[in-house]
Design a protein around this ligand. Structure first.
Ligand code: ADP
Length: 168
């Protein structure tokens, strides 16, 4: 298994699956979620709406992951996961780790060989970059998976640098 860190827009990645930092509603949002739905087109949202009707009437719980196809994106699948909102009052690191573990479990079930992750929770959800990166890299390293190509695709200099430090 190889882990790489790249700078860029995750919607442009030619991988089997990209991970979306979604929210519980699964019905779209800002940040990377908005970018994925914009670039992928309406097919992704339609599948998310169907998931709400069938399996996730109350929404996708924090820390879990579920896949849809990827519409017009170069990737084949979008794996939607819901990161925890950061708070100083409570340690939600386990929930953030769960996002990475559960996304890899979904990827294994789909037979995915390559995956790209964004920095889940490190945007609007307020997670400090250093901690988000340590949890992301540490969890992926410790998780047994058949995915051989794992990429973190980071959008900002600050988050990119934090992930580079976490990998070293
Ligand atoms: P969350 O609500 O989980 O914090 P955000 O989408 O707000 O999710 O942010 C998660 C991370 O994704 C942030 O570091 C943000 O800069 C980054 N991001 C935003 N757009 C993209 C994109 N197109 N590709 C990769 N990362 C992105």
């Amino acid at each position: 298994m190889g882990i790489r860190i790249l700078r860029g827009d995750i919607t442009k990645q030619h991988v089997d699956a990209i991970v979306n930092a979604a929210n519980t509603s699964l019905l779209g949002g800002g940040g990377v979620d908005g970018a994925i739905h914009r670039a992928g087109g309406p097919a992704i949202l339609e599948e998310c709406q169907e998931l709400r009707r069938s399996r996730y009437g109350k929404g996708l719980p924090t820390g879990q992951a579920v896949a849809t196809t990827a519409g017009r994106l170069p990737a084949r699948w979008v794996i939607h996961t819901v990161g925890p909102v950061y708070t100083e009052d409570e340690d939600r690191g386990d929930l953030l780790a769960s996002c990475y573990r559960e996304s890899l479990a979904v990827a294994d079930r789909l037979g995915v060989d390559s995956i790209a992750f964004p920095a889940v929770s490190a945007g609007v959800y307020g997670w400090p970059a250093e901690s988000a990166a340590a949890i992301a890299v540490g969890t992926v390293r410790e998780t047994a998976t058949n995915v051989s190509d794992i990429r973190f695709v980071l959008f900002t200099d600050e988050v990119l640098a934090a992930f580079q430090r976490a990998l070293d």
